[in-house]
Ligand binder design. Structure first.
Ligand SMILES: [Mg+2]
Length: 261
């Protein structure tokens, strides 16, 4: 008898719990939000098309500039490295799968020197080189990755991958002093980047509202002198959402930033 009562109670209890609305699993996995962004980079042909689009516009602009060039200085294009000419999405994938975050695995990834070219980047910069337009790589990779970065650029066939043209981060992340250094001897005709700070320091350390306003003020530069590459995984736009905020749980802020109707 006791056995039947137990079975009956178990059945009632199971039926009751199984009818409860499922509570959304709180994974506490901060990398979960990176899955779709990383898949877009690695699986969407549209991502590749966007990169080609950026470098195709660069080529059109370069041809236009060269056809009317009267500069007495040599011409140069300035490119950022990460997510502009080199694809680090395998590092993001590793971080997701290992539930780790930057800087874990970053040094290991950089030193492997296995990042592939962003679509169109190597072809465009080689085209520019044939036209005697030099490339300067201004990147906020730390100088400790200097040798590996040069090796990685060379393995992909990038031109000007040498100590004169690769300017990594030493003391500050602001790229303006390094751009000024290049401007001493060159006319910078085009800049390529996935962060607004790759184009001008006016965009650095600003709130989202200010970044929007600055882009609007400078809208004619985009596709003209500033060529933007897509990066849905990380960037200054992320930090801008936390401008003037001190938060323990960034994930709560992300949802608060969503614009619904
Ligand atoms: Mg970048």
């Amino acid at each position: 008898m006791k056995k039947y009562i137990f079975i009956l109670l178990s059945a009632i209890l199971f039926g009751f719990t199984s009818c409860q609305p499922k509570v959304e699993q709180q994974t506490n996995d901060k990398n979960e939000k990176l899955v779709f962004a990383t898949l877009f980079v690695q699986q969407a042909a549209e991502f590749k098309a966007l990169n080609h689009q950026a470098y195709n516009i660069g080529k059109l602009r370069l041809d236009q500039i060269l056809s009317t060039n009267k500069s007495v200085k040599k011409l140069a294009v300035v490119v950022d490295i990460d997510e502009t000419v080199l694809d680090n999405s395998p590092f993001e994938a590793k971080s997701i799968l290992e539930k780790s975050s930057y800087p874990m695995y970053w040094a290991e990834w950089c030193n492997l020197a296995q990042a592939e070219s962003i679509a169109g980047a190597q072809e465009f910069l080689s085209y520019a080189a044939k036209k005697d337009v030099e490339t300067f790589y201004i990147s906020n990779r730390k100088v400790e990755f200097y040798d590996a970065t040069i090796a990685n650029l060379i393995s992909n066939g990038f031109p000007y991958a040498d100590s004169i043209h690769v300017l990594l981060r030493t003391t500050q992340s602001d790229k303006e002093p390094r751009r000024s250094l290049v401007k001493e001897n060159y006319d910078i005709v085009l800049l390529f980047g996935d962060n607004l700070g790759d184009f001008s320091s006016i965009f650095d350390g600003k709130s989202t509202a200010d970044r929007y306003a600055l882009v609007e003020e400078n809208k004619d530069e985009f596709g003209s002198k500033f060529i933007v590459l897509p990066n849905p995984i990380y960037g200054a736009w992320d930090a801008a959402m936390f401008f003037d905020l001190v938060v323990d749980n960034k994930d709560s802020v992300y949802k608060a930033r969503l614009k619904s109707f």
